[in-house]
Design a protein around this ligand. Structure first.
Ligand code: HAM
Length: 425
């Protein structure tokens, strides 16, 4: 037998049962970004590699170890996008969307990172990304956070998530802090795990993110970034906090929250749950005022977030927040040679008369018992049943599958359509 070819590790198929859930989730996401007045942008999945190394940072895990990078046929280095912010900024600059105007944008689609796959962590995963450009006050930071909160609230999971908040200050403030942190860490190299030791030299703020218990304990005595924030950064953060409080949103301060991508300044935030095990961050984002300039544009303030859809769907499924989905409203069934010849035509008449409803025509024959079973499995609301006798009289039998007490009636197709319409609209 020929060997089967399997999917790439960490890249998952979404089967019909999954896509039904995903569509429910995506509909809520679309509804919320729309309600906040954001417009959709779609970028390519592949970009030139330097876009990501410049935007995300050469010494981040994403760029150092996780990108899917390859040479195309002309020998140019391209990468599958590990995230959407870099591509979004590139697209905005290329099409001059940022000149003298603000933009509120969103995108949804696959991202690729060569990480070690585990529950909630995949090599192909999907994000909803939301980015706002051209606004520098804390009010837009609050808006972005409130938009993420509105999504969680609509799903009924807001209380399952902890909103963690921090301020990274300005680049200059971070530089001063960075020197102090390095000085401290260098005095305690013996306590650091290998990864942290390496980071002291390359990206010391990432040591704050270490999961190693000894390092975490050591960090209790480390200098705190919040002590190095200037007046402007503090004021921005304080106003953001009041805006969130005014909106009734609870949050925790986490002064070790630094995020894995280098472009952030001032506000950073994550929504974290304990219900998913190790990969508990469902959404993360913050302000990145330097990125547009870094990628060749004029200095433009920006803030946004990325929400991991696999983690969101996992969390919603764990908390049983996703209803199983009906697959059709009307199931057309029949028996007898003459009937089968008419069945598809009647199904088509039903579709034309009932736009918006899903009309599934039973194929493959078999007993009525079997056909009713199939209709039940798909959670159909109505069965339109065609037998030889009905056909001769130009009638159909309509059965209300969700209310057995209503029994069934034999009527004209037009009457059946009216009845279905009156009970589904
Ligand atoms: P990020 O924190 O790298 O940020 O990713 C955002 C979210 O994507 C994470 O919180 C997580 O839910 C999901 N995610 C990341 N990696 C994986 C993975 N390997 N498997 C499954 N889910 C994953 C960004 O990507 C920024 N671009 C967000 C942003 C937009 N900041 C400002 N604007």
């Amino acid at each position: 037998m020929t060997a089967q070819i399997q999917a790439v590790r960490g890249m998952n198929d979404l089967l019909p049962e999954d896509t039904a859930k995903w569509q429910q989730v995506e509909a809520v996401l679309r509804q919320n970004v729309r309600a906040f007045g954001y417009s959709e942008i779609r970028m390519p999945i592949v970009e030139k590699t330097p876009l990501f190394s410049r935007a995300i940072g050469e010494v981040t895990d994403v760029v150092e170890k996780e990108m899917y990078t390859f040479l195309d046929r002309q020998g140019e280095s391209l990468s599958l996008r590990p995230e959407g912010t870099a591509g979004c900024v590139r697209a905005c600059l290329e099409h001059n969307l940022l000149y003298n105007q603000e933009q509120r944008l969103w995108y949804m689609g696959p991202m690729f990172r060569h990480e070690r796959p585990q529950k909630g962590r995949y090599r192909q995963f999907h994000q909803l990304g939301v980015e706002a450009f051209g606004l520098n006050g804390p009010d837009i930071d609050a808006e972005i956070i409130l938009l993420s909160a509105a999504i969680f609230r609509q799903f009924g999971i807001l209380d399952e998530l902890d909103l963690q908040l921090n301020s990274l200050g300005t680049k200059e403030e971070r530089l001063v802090y960075r020197a102090k942190l390095v000085e401290f860490l260098e005095q305690h190299l013996d306590v650091l795990d290998e990864d942290s030791k390496r980071r002291v030299k390359t990206n010391p703020l990432r040591v704050l993110d270490s999961k190693d218990e000894r390092v975490q304990e050591l960090l209790l005595d480390a200098p705190k970034l919040s002590d190095y924030l200037g007046e402007g950064s503090r004021a921005h953060f304080d106003t953001l906090r009041s805006l969130l409080e005014d909106a009734g949103l609870k949050y925790s301060l986490n002064d070790r929250l630094v995020r894995g991508l280098d472009y952030y300044n001032l506000t950073v935030f994550e929504w974290v749950t304990t219900a998913l095990g190790a990969q508990g961050t469902v959404c993360g984002g913050g302000r990145y005022d330097g990125l547009v300039e870094e990628l060749g544009g004029d200095a433009t303030p920006a803030v946004g977030f990325g929400m991991g859809l696999e983690r969101l769907v996992l969390l919603l499924s764990t908390l049983e927040k996703l209803k199983s989905q009906r697959q059709c409203e009307v199931y057309v069934m029949g028996q007898g040679e003459q009937v089968i010849r008419q069945q598809a035509k009647i199904a088509m008449q039903l579709r034309d008369a009932l736009p918006g409803l899903r009309v599934l025509n039973h194929c493959g024959g078999g007993s009525f018992k079997r056909q009713f079973k199939r209709a039940d499995k798909l959670q159909a609301l109505f069965a339109v049943v065609l037998g030889e006798d009905e056909l001769k009289q130009n009638l159909v039998t309509l059965k209300d599958l969700q209310h057995a007490e209503n029994g069934q009636i034999t009527c004209t197709l037009a009457e059946a359509i009216e009845k279905i319409r009156s009970q589904t609209c």
